[in-house]
Each structure stands twice: as structure tokens, then as C-alpha cells.
Design a protein around this ligand. Structure first.
Ligand code: NAD
Length: 245
């Protein structure tokens, strides 16, 4: 860990990219990990935009205990340490693929959500916006959220497979990655694009890549440091920086 601490202290623009693996410590299953939801049901189908239009009840019945209960989940040591490192000026931003709002709940300010979040939900017919609380209440009662003005189908502002990413968010993520002299990937299988491409913007500008993940990733050969256990990695950072002012 000494080598990582040295890189972090020397870095002028450190960026983290987080994936679903970090929120397993908060009780939210990831996709492709050992207890990931891919082992239980077809996550590609749940988040497929064509399938959502054809059978919205499939999405809502499966996401009920996965997305529409994130308000009951709490940030874990990873989210809190990242927020602290941002306060200390050691981390510039967190780019996240997660849709669980836990980085913000832990106090991180510069969070770029490249896959959106269920904080807002949009009527696909008239564009009316609905809050998380409004939609979560309906979904928990096993109903499909419909617009109270026009009856249209309501969809969370999460990017589904087959949809364009939010261009503002992805451009900001590309900018941050390009500036990063230290780029740290945590809890991501690095198979979802374009998230998996972001480390290359840093590497291309001589940035150093560090990966913390307990399964191999396609980018491992590009990493200068590689760690497996997220819990141990962040416990070390927590104890190291706890008393730093
Ligand atoms: P992924 O499921 O593909 O990969 C997560 C990785 O984290 C896996 O390789 C797993 O082995 C690893 N991991 C899990 N626990 C770990 C631990 N304690 N220590 C070290 N490694 C650990 O997730 P992804 O790459 O983020 O892609 C999945 C997509 O699904 C994303 O687009 C994301 O939007 C969405 N998703 C989000 C959430 C969430 O918001 N919490 C949850 C599931 C899926």
C-alpha cells in the first residue's frame, strides 16, 4: 500500500472510477461479482430499453428490491473515505457507474454519474418529471408508475442498454479522465462501455492506472498497481488519513 499512498500524495489530479462492486459492502448486489444479480436473472433484459417499452412490469418487479429501496441503504467505508480524500484535496472527482446515490450521501461533491440515477423519473409521453420518493412508493405497491397528467409510462433517468448516455456527463468524465495523472478503478469489471474506455484517456496522457477488483479485468495489463480486496484497501486508507488535517 505504501506505493499507492506515494502515488496519491504525488498526484495533482487523482480521479476514481467506481462500479457496482463498491456498493456490495452496503448490501446492494453488483452485476457480475460472486453474488451478482447476473447469477439470479438476466440483468441485460431488465435494463434493455426495447424490453422496457414492451414489458415495463419486468423492469419494475425486478428493480423493486434493488433500485427502489436505495434510500434505505447507507454509504460504507469506501464512500466515506472517498469523500474525506476529496475534502483533503487528494481526490478531484469520482466518476461512477452506480445509480445508488451513495457517493453523494457520504458527502462527495464532485460526482459524475455516467449512467444517471433514479433521483428523477421522466414521463416518456409528456416529459413530466417525478421524484424518487413518488415513484418508489408506487413501485413498492407493485404498481407501474404512470404519469398523473397524461397517463404515459414513467422511466427512471438511468441509462438503459440501447440508450444514449447523457452527453454532458460523459464529456465531463472524458475531461476529468484526460486530466488525471492518477486514475483509480474500484469495484468494476470494466466490461461496460464507454466507462471501460475512460482509463485510456488518462493513460494516453501519461497518467497511472490503479485497479482494485477481486476479479480480473480486461485492463489489468495497463495497471501499475493492482489490488484485490476493496475492504482492506479502504481500511488502510481510512487509518492512514484519519488524523490528517
Ligand atoms: P460489475 O458487477 O460488472 O462488476 C463489479 C466488480 O466488482 C466485479 O468484478 C466483482 O467481482 C467486484 N467486487 C465485488 N465486491 C468486491 C469486493 N469486496 N472487493 C473487490 N472487488 C469486488 O459492475 P460494473 O462494472 O459497475 O458494471 C455494472 C453496471 O450495472 C453499471 O453500469 C452500473 O450502472 C450497474 N449497477 C449499479 C449498481 C449500483 O448502483 N450499486 C449495482 C449493480 C449494477
Amino acid at each position: 500500500m505504501d506505493r499507492f499512498i506515494r502515488l496519491l500524495k504525488e498526484s495533482k489530479h487523482c480521479v476514481f472510477l467506481s462500479g457496482a462492486g463498491i456498493s456490495t459492502l452496503s448490501g446492494i448486489p453488483d452485476f457480475r461479482g460472486n453474488n451478482g444479480i447476473y447469477r439470479k436473472f438476466d440483468a441485460d433484459k431488465i435494463f434493455d430499453i426495447d424490453h422496457f417499452h414492451a414489458e415495463p412490469e419486468y423492469f419494475y418487479s425486478h428493480s423493486k428490491d434493488f433500485i427502489y429501496n436505495v434510500d434505505e441503504r447507507n454509504p460504507n467505508i469506501i464512500h466515506y473515505v472517498l469523500s474525506r480524500l476529496e475534502q483533503l484535496g487528494l481526490v478531484r472527482s469520482v466518476i461512477t457507474q452506480n445509480i445508488d446515490l451513495l457517493h453523494q450521501k457520504a458527502g462527495s461533491r464532485n460526482v459524475i454519474e455516467i449512467h444517471g440515477s433514479p433521483k428523477e423519473n421522466t414521463c416518456l409521453s409528456c416529459g413530466k418529471i417525478f421524484s424518487y420518493d413518488h415513484v418508489a412508493k408506487i413501485v413498492r405497491e407493485d404498481q407501474i408508475p404512470k404519469c398523473d397528467e397524461c397517463g404515459g409510462l414513467v422511466k427512471p433517468n438511468i441509462t438503459f442498454f440501447g440508450e444514449m448516455l447523457d452527453q454532458k456527463a460523459i464529456m465531463k468524465a472524458v475531461d476529468e479522465s484526460s486530466y488525471a495523472d492518477l486514475f483509480v478503478v474500484i469495484g468494476s469489471s470494466l466490461v461496460v462501455h464507454p466507462a471501460a474506455t475512460l482509463p485510456f484517456y488518462s493513460i494516453r496522457n501519461k497518467g497511472k492506472l490503479v485497479i482494485v477488483n477481486n476479479m480480473p479485468t480486461p485492463l489489468d495489463e495497463h495497471a501499475v498497481l493492482r489490488y484485490k480486496d476493496l475492504g482492506m484497501f479502504f481500511e488502510y486508507l481510512d487509518s492512514y488519513f484519519r488524523d490528517t488535517k
